[in-house]
Design a protein around this ligand. Structure first.
Ligand code: TEU
Ligand code: CA
Length: 586
């Protein structure tokens, strides 16, 4: 059950290539920028880099729309650059994980260009084509069902194509047509892509929305959950659909199981929260993937209103008890039943975690960022750190105009609010606030490497970066934080990652149990090794003082304020706002 695996112990660092480091002065990050920073990452404690898509792409969705799976987007570099990146990683004992985006391709992929060209093209069936369900009084075709686009919820997921007078399915944006996984040739083509990259020496894959590949072939309407809207989420009919397990099993059998050392696989799985279903997918013997990304923690404060896009963009309230319930659910499930977790608090689709779960004001930003590091580094699962998280980067400034937001989801959301409520200042203000809190752009601003040059060292000072650099780079940047002795967020992460590695029996392979489960402010838990060593994590997830008492005597090993003398059993400890401590029982 607790078999040792390299991919359980690895610390993964996600690179969002456009915003990492620009080495050729075009205002966009590139592959050579990643290679250049390997020593910075190695020193942090990173073992594996997962790089968001770098393949050739028209960039309708920042590379999650691929037009060639075996070549690199020219502004990012070449295949030779990637070979060099892999070599340099291997020299340092590190590995590369690629982003595999195969639920859909770009509409510019040659497969789709062929598919759309005629009804009898051999690739017609590689995508999902359907006749109109009917025509309205004016003779306009109507889509096959009511499914909406995930990144533009006001619109239909079915795109009418004049060439053959049929609709194709594109659940994200019209530029991302869904592949038809029912067709065995499509699956063989995906296997071929996997082999291509594994043969190059990549260590594994993060599989983009891999749980959406099997659709209910009767294509039923989605239930109405957004009132007053024509198009509705169809996810109930294509998230973890009827043949998902079969398709994943085939991938494992045909490709993944044939490589040594074991391939790391993490499937992104939105819209599904059912424990037993997830357990089947990640079970250590009968499962298909090492682990998945589930969305329950990052959706802690999400709630459905009556506007398209507002589940993602909502700002709901959450209590420490909600956080405890969700973390405990996934920890227990995996620890007790032979599955495996991924751990993450942010990525390129989420706001910055310190802004999301703590307080990103100047007063508390560092404490909050370190509190989250304490939590992530002491839970059971494979740890994923997102670029900039190690610096405690925060959301974009509230003063920025909506024009600074570049993401297609943000643009579609803003458009649909404006169309629904033209000139309604209250609604527009609400939408601006929602964007500032939740837009995917928050995690996509360029990395702040230094404080001295106007573009923060991300790109040359005289070049316009593809996305605006956040205003706070003079105080939040890597140069300041890596200065020896600086009590920085970076150094705290470094300390926590090394503690995690040195104590793998506890933090990777140990048991997990809640402590003081009814505390209204403090989330605390214990990790126990097979030999009975106990490590207690104590996290005050509020901006107020709180109290906590240990059942046994503890020595404090790490904390985001100063360290304290050891605590005796049953002595009340007063915690400061956002204070976190890690103790070892003696
Ligand atoms: O995201 C899939 C996904 O469903 C969410 O993370 C998404 O950002 C959110 O639901 C939007 O409302 C993956 C990628 O991570 C994302 O960047 C891509 O846009 C998407 O797939 C399509 O490839
Ligand atoms: Ca560049």
């Amino acid at each position: 059950l607790r078999a040792r695996k390299w991919w359980k112990e690895a610390v993964v660092y996600q690179v969002y290539p456009a915003s990492f480091l620009d080495t050729n002065g075009d205002g966009r990050g590139d592959v050579n920028g990643i290679t250049q920073k390997l020593d910075y990452l190695k020193a942090l404690g990173v073992d594996v880099i997962w790089v968001s898509p770098i393949y050739d792409s028209p960039q309708a969705d920042m590379g999650y729309d691929i037009s060639n799976y075996k070549s690199i987007f020219p502004p990012y570099g070449t295949l030779e650059d990637v070979d060099r990146l892999i070599q340099e990683l291997h020299k340092r004992g590190m590995k590369l994980v690629m982003d595999l985006v195969v639920n859909h391709t770009s509409e510019q992929h040659p497969w789709f260009l062929e598919s759309r060209s005629s009804l009898d093209n051999p690739k017609r069936d590689w995508y999902i084509w359907k006749k109109p369900s009917g025509y309205d009084a004016d003779g306009n075709p109507q889509p096959p069902n009511n499914w909406n686009q995930i990144l533009g919820e006001a619109k239909s997921a079915w795109i009418y194509d004049e060439v053959t007078k049929e609709y194709y399915l594109a659940v994200f944006t019209p530029e991302q047509p869904d592949l038809n996984w029912e067709n065995p040739d499509v699956r063989a083509a995906v296997h071929d892509i996997l082999r291509f990259w594994l043969d190059k020496g990549v260590a594994g894959f993060r599989m983009d929305v891999i749980n959406l590949i099997s659709k209910d072939q009767t294509f039923p309407d989605g239930e109405i959950v957004i009132s007053g809207q024509k198009y509705q989420p169809g996810t109930a009919h294509y998230a973890n659909g009827p043949r998902l397990h079969e398709f994943l099993q085939e991938m494992k059998q045909e490709v993944l199981s044939k490589y040594e050392p074991e391939v790391m696989t993490v499937g992104e799985m939105p819209f599904v929260y059912d424990e037993q279903e997830i357990l089947k997918i990640v079970h250590h013997e009968k499962g298909f993937l090492n682990m998945i990304f589930n969305f329950e923690l990052v959706e802690l404060d999400a709630q459905r209103g009556d506007m398209p896009g507002d589940f993602r963009m909502s700002i709901g309230a959450w209590a420490v008890s909600d956080l405890r319930r969700v973390v405990n659910k996934w920890q227990r499930l995996m620890v007790d039943n032979g599955g495996w977790n991924s751990l993450y608090c942010e990525n390129h689709d989420q706001p910055r975690s310190v802004s999301h779960f703590c307080d990103d004001s100047d007063k508390f930003r560092e404490y909050g960022s370190k509190l989250l590091a304490l939590m992530e580094a002491t839970l059971c699962g494979t740890l994923f750190v997102y670029q900039g998280e190690e610096l405690g980067m925060r959301n974009v400034p509230a003063s920025w105009d909506v024009e600074e937001y570049k993401d297609v989801e943000s643009i579609n959301y803003w458009k649909s609010v404006n169309e629904m409520y033209p000139g309604n200042e209250a609604k527009l203000l609400q939408a601006r606030k929602a964007l500032q809190a939740k837009a995917r752009d928050n995690g996509r601003t360029p990395i702040q490497w230094d404080s001295t040059s106007p573009n923060a060292g991300f790109c040359p000072p005289d070049v316009e970066p593809w996305m605006r650099i956040s205003d706070d780079y003079k105080t939040v940047n890597a140069t300041a934080q890596t200065t020896p002795g600086a009590p920085s967020v970076y150094h705290f992460w470094q300390q926590m990652l090394s503690l995690r590695k040195d104590n793998a029996d506890a933090f990777i392979y140990g048991d997990f149990d809640l402590v003081d489960e009814n505390n209204p402010s403090v989330f605390s838990y214990v990790r126990t090794t097979a030999s009975g060593e106990r490590w207690v994590t104590v996290l005050n997830f509020t901006g107020k003082k709180a109290e906590w008492s240990a059942e046994a005597e503890l020595t404090w090993v790490a904390g985001n304020y100063d360290l304290r003398p050891s605590a005796g059993g049953n002595v009340k400890i007063k915690l400061r706002p956002w204070e976190g401590l890690l103790g070892k029982s003696i």
